[in-house]
Design a protein around this ligand. Sequence first.
Ligand code: C6P
Length: 400
Amino acid sequence: MYEQDFDILREQVHGHRLVYLDNAATTQKPKVVLDAMTEAYTTWNANIHRGVHHLSQVATQHHEQARQRVADFIGAKSSKEIVFTKGTTDSINMLAFSLGEAMVKEGDEIVVSYMEHHSNIVPWQMLCDRKKAVLKVIPLREDLTLDMEAYKALLTDKTRLVSVAHVSNVLGVINPVKEMIALAHARGILVAVDAAQSVPHLRVDVQDLDCDFLSFSAHKIYGPTGLGVLYGKEEWLDQLPPAEGGGEMIEHVSFDKTTYNTLPYKFEAGTPDFIGSFGLQKALDYVEMAGRDKIEKYEAELTVYLENQLASIPNVIIYAAGQRKAGVVSFNVEHLHPFDVGTLLDQQGVAVRTGHHCAEPLIDKLQVPGTLRASVAMYNTKEDIDALVAALKKAIMMLS
Ligand code: C6P
């Protein structure tokens, strides 16, 4: 559905219709988002929160409306809890620095899982190095879901924070974050959710989940690149120090003492991406207009169709087969290198991702050089999946 709103989907690649199945890496942008950003640059571009002049006030209004839009979209109590960042990676780095300064000391523990993206591993490793804290890892079961018994055992008096992906960018599996949050909270432990792969596919409500922090990227939900969101409960954001200094994040500056701005501005040093936030607002409007429940149901069906069609091809191995997934399926072909298969798919116009998907610990665990990963968005169709399957059969024939 809605493929007519995405001009890029009419492009040809190597003489074939583009079949874009790399949406977990980034989604394409609908015309309304592109037009809105052009309109912003051509009619009201001016720096925000700074000028008394008309354009600056219009731009400021749009940026703050976008913040409210994001708050409503993820069910935050207040727009003060929405910090604009450069993306999920930036959100998690900012949180790791800030929370580390305020709440982590030598010997404390941070818990992540085995299926995390590097963005939800490395910032915590860096924090642990800085503070002499310890990183603990939730293992996976045979079926590649989180070992919840092991998770419970990892929560101790030393645990300061759990940071976990809602949806794995490699396996597509949906982790039981609500249950994990309740278990952590029962011991007074904070939880951060990496929602980069869930917000685009599932109705995520931060108050329902009761997460303390949550991150996602605009570019994975039909919005522009270079913009992301860090949600934090007001009571925690209030207690954390800013991660970066500069304009915008201050109240008063003097060489004797600088005081910081109120929430969320104390976390937004420098000129924010106010054109990007307008694009994200339009992207979220677009998703809402299409119907979030309708999209979730459609993509869930498409993902099952994708997995079943791939599984019907001899020698195709599906990872976390049969698990409920959100838009992502990883697979390999026995005895074939994923790069070779991916290259032959590309030559037939089919875009999938190959490699370790920035989740090397998980890929090492699977004992493979990488996987092929197909990921769907609201504009993909069963015809796209059929095209992938036909191209894959041809690639296997050529390589065998
Ligand atoms: N995953 C993928 O192809 P950024 O790059 O900051 O927008 O998002 C980082 C990130 C964090 N967590 C998860 C679960 C992710 O999937 C990603 C981005 C892309 O899988 C690019 S590596």
